[in-house]
Design a protein around this ligand. Structure first.
Ligand SMILES: Nc1nc2c(ncn2[C@@H]2O[C@H](COP(=O)(O)OP(=O)(O)OP(=O)(O)O)[C@@H](O)[C@H]2O)c(=O)[nH]1
Ligand SMILES: [Mg+2]
Length: 379
């Protein structure tokens, strides 16, 4: 089997026949041997429509799940059922034009690992969403891209429309929450090349949207889980947590020195800060960058860490001061300064102290892009 098209469906009775027809019209002339797998969680009579279609068309298969919900888990089930060398996932509601299938197939056959039709490259559009949905969707993408490095180069990383070679899933333990199966694959999949095709995402023709606030929450939970499982993405969050723990260490040591040892305020404050810095260094070395004897020795790393931290303090004060001149209050200016200096010292420690850049580069992926072609405009 060349191509398996996996379609998660939930109460899409009006869309089933049209999508099967349009897939057939798009794919048959090109001579691609294909099958369609509907993984259906409907609680209306969609499954009856699906069964009728499947009876009259041997390329159509239906897997109905009773009492199960979840777009992403339906797709994972589809991957298990499908037998194609190449897999395409698309929605049932015709927002994803089946006319793109031959192009997706072509790129996969030419050796691309992941093909992602994109609303956000030249020629693409997401006219199918209202302004509020567009804003929510943009925010979700930006948060995802900040949290997970593998999403950064992908313009439509939350798309529900994509194609992949089966090999991409080899060894990937897919365990998504909610809807966004593509982010799960982007983070855990086995791939080097990604190709984006611009396309116009259209408004739903029939049936109702199943997007809800609960799905936004699920997306957030999904991101947290992926970050916690990814050593590289976890790092920045660990660095921030350790930074916060340093504040607690600083205060405790300060109190001991002030009220237990009766040192002067100035001495107590400086020693407390140094102890906190040392504690931060040790935790970062053991947890954040988990250094295993490679790279610099401690007698290089510790001074670098201390130096970067001191410059960080200077950056905080500088930002606060500049913002104060611009009329911003000191506490808010200080907060922005802390944010800037945290990002700065994270990046510097990552590059200079623990030298992680080269390792990250080795796993780099290559993304290529294509604007809308004439055939896609017509669709
Ligand atoms: N199997 C399964 N499919 C689902 C589930 N929830 C949604 N779907 C399907 O996933 C696809 C995307 O859902 P939509 O409601 O179209 O979501 P959307 O495209 O973000 O929203 P609209 O733009 O309003 O259509 C559709 O094919 C749905 O039928 C589910 O729990 N299980
Ligand atoms: Mg839809």
């Amino acid at each position: 089997m060349d191509l398996s098209i996996i379609i998660p469906s939930f109460n899409e009775r009006e869309n089933i026949r049209p999508i099967v027809k349009r897939i057939h019209e798009a794919v048959s002339p090109v001579g691609i041997d294909y099958e369609i797998w509907f993984v259906d969680d409907s609680n209306d009579d969609t499954v009856e429509v699906l069964n009728e279609v499947a009876e009259s068309d041997e390329r159509v298969h239906v897997h109905h799940r009773v009492n199960a919900r979840g777009l992403a888990s339906a797709v994972v089930q589809g991957f298990e059922l499908a037998s194609g060398r190449y897999l395409v996932v698309m929605d049932a509601d015709l927002q994803h034009p089946p006319e793109l299938l031959p192009e997706i197939y072509d790129r996969l056959q030419n050796g691309i690992d992941l093909v992602i039709p994109s609303r956000f490259v030249e020629g693409g559009s997401d006219g199918g969403l209202g302004p509020l949905r567009k804003f929510i969707s943009w925010t979700a993408r930006v948060i995802g891209q900040l949290a997970l490095h593998r999403l950064r180069k992908i313009s439509d990383c939350t798309s529900g429309f994509f194609g992949l070679r089966r090999d991409v899933l080899r060894g990937a333990d897919l365990n998504p929450i909610g809807w966004k199966i593509l982010i799960e694959i982007l983070v855990k999949g086995n791939y080097r090349t990604v190709h984006e095709l611009g396309y116009a995402f259209l408004a739903r023709d029939a049936g109702e949207s199943k997007m809800s606030l609960k799905e936004q929450w699920n997306y957030f939970r999904h991101l947290v889980r992926l970050v916690s499982q990814s050593p590289l993405d976890r790092r920045f969050f660990l660095f921030c947590l350790i930074g916060l723990s340093g504040v607690v260490v600083n205060e405790i040591v300060l109190m001991i020195l002030l009220y237990g040892v009766h040192l002067s305020d100035m001495r107590a404050s400086v020693i407390a800060s140094l102890v906190a810095m040392l504690s931060n260094y040790i935790w970062n070395d053991q947890i954040t960058w988990r250094s295993k004897g490679e790279g610099h020795k401690w007698n290089v790393k510790l001074p670098l860490f201390v130096g970067i931290s001191l410059v960080g303090i200077a950056i905080t004060t500088l930002v606060m001061h500049v913002l104060k001149l611009a009329g911003v209050s000191v506490p808010i200016g200080q907060a922005v300064g802390i944010l800037v200096s945290t990002v700065w010292s994270y990046l510097m420690n990552n590059r200079v102290t623990w030298r992680e850049v080269d390792k990250a580069k080795r796993y780099d992926i290559v993304v290529t892009r294509e604007e809308t072609s004439a055939s896609r405009v017509r669709s």
